[in-house]
Design a protein around this ligand. Structure first.
Ligand SMILES: [Fe+2]
Ligand SMILES: [Fe+2]
Length: 569
């Protein structure tokens, strides 16, 4: 030691300390444990030291980790020079598989460092950690302060420390690799489960991206889909499929991968000719590494592109990451193809039933938009009441078709400008049983099987005075009660030759009356017609959307079918 009266340890003392170190580090299972033990064991011999480790991956030095001691804070310029020096020297040590000592006052490059650094740092002792197959698995670097005199004995001691650490670090790494491979196969299994879960495309893209980032230890992932018709790739940026970004094939990194079907693994994007830094500039994000891989189906056709950004625990994506992503892509492409097929079929089904419903509404110009509005109101109510997505979708389909039976009602009655007489009213009422009957002949999938029954409940009343079945209270499921509220609420708002349309506020007030016993239109006492909970949900929605009925048109999820256009035909 340079200062104080502490004498140099004798050879015997060095040997004893190494023996103790050997025993102490043997049981360490994590780098954290190892670091704490090293801090305790080494500080008597090299007080004020810091020790860093650099994992070696595919022949390259990875990111620096503090193993023991304190991480000194240097000015950014000093820190940059030091880090470049350490990486350069560390790489030499790695290649030569031989430890080296670098004294800062003897090295020309260090002249650019400020005096601050030289006051706290005197020498770097860099050692390779070599495993049983003679491979360099890590580089460790001791930062030694000027208070430590670097004698040949000390150098020998540090050399022995590295030898003791080699098998311990190798074991910790093996344990980690084992845990990682378990984690990775679990994640791959989860992806397979996604396939069977039959997700919506939007949901699927989000899940696949999240899984991929987690699996590859990356910061973010984008899953692009190939649009064959427009020779573009596209992806979602927000919640809906409408918030999408599109890119022509051959443009940018993902566009290029889609065109060439070649994987790009880029360690330094800013020096890559295909990288466009404008996106980073706009978003403030810093892209440091990219792994971009085409997603192909079983027939080898392009489905999309996986774009993974910024490996978190290393400078770049490794070959192991590429292999893992390729395994993931296999399952992902099946899931995406299924979801697209499902979405396509759903679109076809929806446009079909929407056209059916619209053509019925179009028979009577005063009721146009009725089915669409009842759909929007029912969907909004179902969501407000916390229905899960599948149940919302069910009620949507039932609402679209609820008045389809009107197709069987003669136009003379359906479109009669004045009030209906008793007989006509009876015929008019028959539209519900017609709805049930016609829809019962349609094939519905298992989840939709109850559509005819529920669709036919929109004129039932809680007091049992409704039609066609006169169901009472609990006999009407919540779906039926929702449809009843949606139907009457919109009917009240519609202008008819014999009545004016109520405003949203007025119609809501009328609906509220119907949630309790009341005096009917003809002055007779009547019971409860509508479910109070459903009407209160309607009130909440209306307050939130400022009583604007157009909100329901959006909620209906209908494609752009204009009933007015159908009426003109
Ligand atoms: Fe109806
Ligand atoms: Fe209706």
């Amino acid at each position: 030691m340079k200062e104080g009266n502490v004498t140099e340890p004798t050879k015997l003392e060095y040997a004893q300390r190494l023996l103790e170190l050997h025993g102490a580090v043997a049981g360490c299972e994590t780098f954290e444990q190892l670091g704490l033990t090293l801090g305790q064991e080494l500080s008597a011999t090299i007080p004020g030291f810091s020790l860093f480790r650099f994992p070696v991956l595919e022949g390259q030095l990875g990111q620096k980790y503090l193993l023991a001691g304190e991480d000194q804070e240097y000015y950014s310029r000093d820190a940059e020079i030091l880090s470049t020096l350490v990486v350069t020297w560390g790489s030499k040590v790695m290649t030569k598989k031989k430890a080296s000592l670098f004294r800062l006052d003897e090295v020309e490059e260090t002249q650019r460092l400020s005096k601050d650094v030289l006051r706290s740092l005197n020498a770097l002792s860099i050692h390779p950690l070599i495993d049983s197959t003679s491979e360099v698995i890590e580089i460790i670097c001791f930062f030694l302060p000027p208070t430590i005199e670097v004698t040949p004995e000390l150098q020998e001691y540090l050399h022995k420390v590295a030898q003791i650490l080699s098998p311990v670090v190798a074991t910790i790494k093996l344990r980690r690799a084992y845990e990682e491979s378990l984690e990775r196969s679990e994640a791959l299994m989860q992806v397979s489960q996604i396939i069977s879960a039959k997700l919506e495309l939007r949901e699927l893209l989000t899940v696949l991206a999240r899984q991929c980032s987690w699996l590859l230890r990356a910061d973010r992932t984008t899953v692009w889909l190939y649009d064959e018709d427009n020779e573009e790739i596209w992806t979602i940026v927000g919640e809906g499929l409408r918030d999408q970004i599109r890119m022509p094939l051959g443009v940018g990194i993902a566009g290029n991968v889609a065109k060439t079907l070649q994987t790009l693994n880029i360690a330094d994007p800013y020096s890559h000719p295909l990288f466009n830094p404008d996106v980073d500039k706009r978003t403030g994000y810093k892209t440091k590494s990219i792994l971009c891989m085409p997603l192909l189906n079983k027939r080898g056709e392009l489905i999309g592109v996986y774009q993974v950004l910024n490996k978190l625990d290393h400078t770049h994506f490794t070959r192991a990451d590429e292999e893992l992503l390729a395994a993931l892509s296999g399952s992902a492409s099946v899931a995406i193809e299924n979801a697209r097929l499902y979405e396509d079929q759903k679109k076809q089904f929806n446009s079909f039933i929407e056209v059916l419903a619209t053509s019925v509404d179009a028979k009577d110009p005063t009721t146009y938009d009725h089915s669409k509005m009842v759909t929007g109101i029912s969907v909004a109510l179902a969501k407000e009441m916390g229905f899960p997505p599948q149940r919302v979708e069910f009620i949507r389909v039932a609402a679209v078709l609820h008045d389809y039976g009107k197709i069987a009602v003669p136009d003379a009655i359906l479109c009669k400008p004045g009030k209906l007489d008793k007989e006509e009213f009876k015929t008019m009422k028959s539209h519900v049983s017609e709805t049930i009957e016609i829809l019962s002949k349609v094939y519905f999938s298992k989840e939709m099987r109850d559509v005819p029954r529920i669709g036919g409940m929109h004129h039932e009343r809680l007091d049992g005075t409704g039609y066609p079945l006169g169901l009472k209270d609990e006999e009407i499921p919540l779906e039926g009660r929702i449809m009843a509220v949606a139907d009457i609420f919109h009917a009240m708002m519609q202008e008819r030759p014999y009545k004016r349309g109520l405003s949203t506020q007025e119609a809501l007030a009328e609906c509220k009356k119907l949630t309790a016993p009341h005096i009917g239109r003809f002055g007779d006492p009547e019971g409860v017609h509508l479910d109070a909970q459903v009407v209160s949900a309607l009130e909440k929605i209306l307050e939130r959307v400022n009583y604007s009925p157009s909100y329901f048109l959006k909620e209906s999820g209908w494609s752009e079918i204009s009933s007015e256009e159908l009426i003109r035909r």
